[in-house]
Design a binder for this molecule. Structure first.
Ligand code: PNS
Length: 163
């Protein structure tokens, strides 16, 4: 039984994130999407932890072995508490690699039991990021092709007051 954790901020969840979650759900028995809720970062998120959880749950409801929950503090400590050893992260391009490598090494230092596995997101999502999607939505652009429908609706509601 292989139970992996796919952690992130997911502010908001994009088609790239969904692609990685779908690939992980095909490879592993169980996938927990762990959404970071750190107090220090609170003001930096567009969406509250409740909103992010809701968007991800709605976007992954077709994946029966995927569950979504919040975590606080250090990821290495969360893994220890859950008794889980495998972190899955998505990679889009070489530019992601340096940051991900640093985190993977630090997480291993903090919890030597933990392994980090990388899944390459589909090429069509290689240039999609939560940051860019928020910028496009903020200025009224159509983000429908970059994010799952629940995230698109939430972005529209946030920036245009619509639903
Ligand atoms: O959305 P991201 O930027 O890929 O997510 C990064 C995340 C949430 C996985 C990372 O910031 C994280 O694990 N934060 C929790 C605090 C922590 O453990 N930091 C890493 C110490 S090396």
């Amino acid at each position: 039984m292989m139970h992996v954790v796919y952690p992130g901020s997911f502010d908001p969840f994009t088609n790239g994130h969904l692609d990685v979650a779908e690939r992980a759900s095909r490879l592993f028995d169980r996938v927990t999407i762990a959404v970071l809720e750190n107090a220090a970062k609170k003001g930096r998120y567009l969406f509250s932890i409740e909103e992010r959880l809701e968007i991800i749950r709605a976007s992954t409801k077709h994946l029966p072995n995927v569950e979504v929950e919040a975590f606080q503090g250090l990821l290495a400590e969360y893994m220890r508490q859950k008794g889980l050893r495998v972190i899955v992260k998505g990679l889009r391009a070489v530019s992601d690699y340096e940051y991900e490598l640093q985190m993977a090494h630090l997480n291993r230092q903090l919890n030597p039991e933990v392994e980090t596995l990388f899944i390459l997101a589909a090429t069509r999502w290689a240039f999609v990021s939560s940051t860019m999607v928020k910028e496009i939505a903020r200025y009224g652009g159509d983000v429908g092709r970059f994010v799952p429908p629940p995230a698109a609706r939430a972005l529209r509601a946030k920036f245009q007051g619509g639903n």
